[in-house]
Write a protein of this length. Structure first.
Length: 213
């Protein structure tokens, strides 16, 4: 009975795997797409956040005041957000990536706790919660060349290992073209959309009662 059940489950799994393969969506491809989508989301938020904090727009000022943080905290956050964006999107640098992911998680989880501590509702802490979840997903789904050797998955080691059993990340100058280009675009978008976003965030601050219209 158990043998027949095991065969039936294996046949079902093989059938599903074959269906996914025929459609062109293997687990490896799904994982890669999910990784880059979540990574793009958090890197975009980190770049935009660094611009907002370093320029200390009105939304940042009223939010810091609302949460009870000092004004200079914005510059600290902005500088570290810029560094984390570079570390996460850059090729190689696995140790820096670990610290960047940890910092990003602390940033957004800290924002959630800060808003909860002053009694804010989902409208205030739901967004940082979403970014924190994306940071965790990006970290979990990161490929072998973005992991420290001791944290690589067994299948990553067998798929990408060389003679020494380790994966050598592509850190040639050409590998930096796309990350640098992406960062330039994201920062350009952040600066160009800043006037519009300031108006939008001011309306939200008024709606939340943080400032008077």
């Amino acid at each position: 009975m158990q043998t027949h059940l095991a065969k039936a489950l294996q046949h079902s799994a093989d059938g599903k795997s074959a269906t996914i393969t025929r459609s062109g969506w293997t687990w490896s491809r799904i994982r890669s797409v999910a990784f880059w989508v979540t990574t793009f989301v958090i890197v975009f938020e980190l770049t935009a956040g660094s611009v907002w904090n370093l320029l200390t727009i009105e939304w940042i000022e009223v939010q810091l005041h609302h949460l009870g943080y000092p004004h200079f905290f914005a510059y600290v956050l902005g500088a570290w957000q810029a560094g984390a964006a570079v570390a996460i999107i850059a090729p190689g640098l696995p140790l820096l990536k670990e610290w960047a992911y940890v910092g990003a998680f602390f940033l957004w989880s800290g924002a959630v706790v800060s808003h909860l501590s002053v009694g804010d509702g989902l409208q205030s802490w739901g967004v940082p919660l979403m970014f924190g979840a994306c940071a965790v997903a990006s970290w979990v789904l990161r490929p072998a060349d973005r992991r420290l050797p001791q944290t690589r998955l067994r299948r990553d080691r067998s798929a990408g290992a060389g003679q020494d059993g380790a994966t050598s990340p592509d850190i040639r100058p050409r590998a930096w073209v796309v990350p640098i280009g992406l960062l330039v675009v994201l920062y350009a978008v952040s600066f160009l959309t800043l006037p519009v976003m300031e108006d939008v965030m001011r309306e939200q601050a008024v709606e939340l009662g943080w400032i008077n219209e």
